[in-house]
Ligand binder design. Structure first.
Ligand SMILES: [Zn+2]
Length: 226
């Protein structure tokens, strides 16, 4: 799952518009951002197996990012850090972080451990039905964006930044779906980080567009000197 994760980012942003959208987008992918870093560092392991349905990734070893226990800890830690700026509302960013594991559970082949070292590995393997999996990803994101746009319009905000971000994400998802992954795990990690950086940067542009326009001081607002 790649673009499907962003459905949670959008849903959290729609539910709590005061949260910065870039943080919502980063939260839903935080576990994979950490995964890419640990893949590059050689701490977690992935094999690229061309021909596997849905995703060519065989996720051999990822206890520190994708075990259930790790996902809970990442979510709590992320919410606690974000609470410094967003108070109690940061719980929603914790929910977005944890949503990543739930979405991965649906699509991954059984590679999600319960805790580091646990023999039980979970995954409902929707990747094995690639057309249905893609439909679910795009459908969830589309529904979330439709709800977000409706809420924005009701609140008197422009729909355009949200729709622009959605189109940007679809382009990113299409590029991601082009077959031909880099052969090395480190290359894969770098490419993943680049994709996440673009998605977060596009979200930051939405935040910038949403920022209230400050009135430019006219002659009457100029300070008078005495
Ligand atoms: Zn993941």
């Amino acid at each position: 799952m790649f673009i499907g994760h962003f459905a949670a980012s959008v849903a959290v942003k729609a539910a709590r518009p005061q949260l910065p959208f870039w943080a919502c987008v980063g939260a839903a992918q935080l576990v994979d951002i950490a995964w890419a870093g640990l893949i590059i560092a050689g701490v977690e392991q992935v094999r690229v197996v061309p021909g596997l349905p849905g995703s060519p990734l065989e996720l051999v070893h990822m206890p520190y990012t994708h075990s259930l226990l790790a996902a809970v800890l990442w979510s709590v830690a992320g919410a606690l850090v974000a609470a410094r700026w967003h108070g109690v509302t940061a719980i929603w960013l914790g929910v977005a972080i944890f949503s990543h594991w739930v979405a991965d559970l649906v699509v991954h082949r059984p590679d999600l451990a319960l805790w580091p070292g646990s023999a039980v590995k979970l995954g409902l393997s929707l990747w094995n039905l690639p057309a249905l999996e893609m439909l679910l990803e795009v459908g969830l994101l589309g529904l979330a964006v439709a709800w977000w746009v409706a809420r924005r319009v009701r609140a008197g905000q422009a729909a355009r930044p949200a729709i622009g971000w959605f189109i940007g994400l679809l382009v990113l998802g299409a590029v991601n779906a082009i077959p031909g992954d880099p052969p090395t795990p480190a290359g894969l990690g770098l490419l993943a980080l680049l994709g996440f950086a673009i998605a977060i940067a596009l979200a930051w542009l939405v935040d910038r567009a949403d920022r209230p326009q400050l009135p430019t001081p006219g002659p009457s607002a100029a300070p008078t000197l005495h």
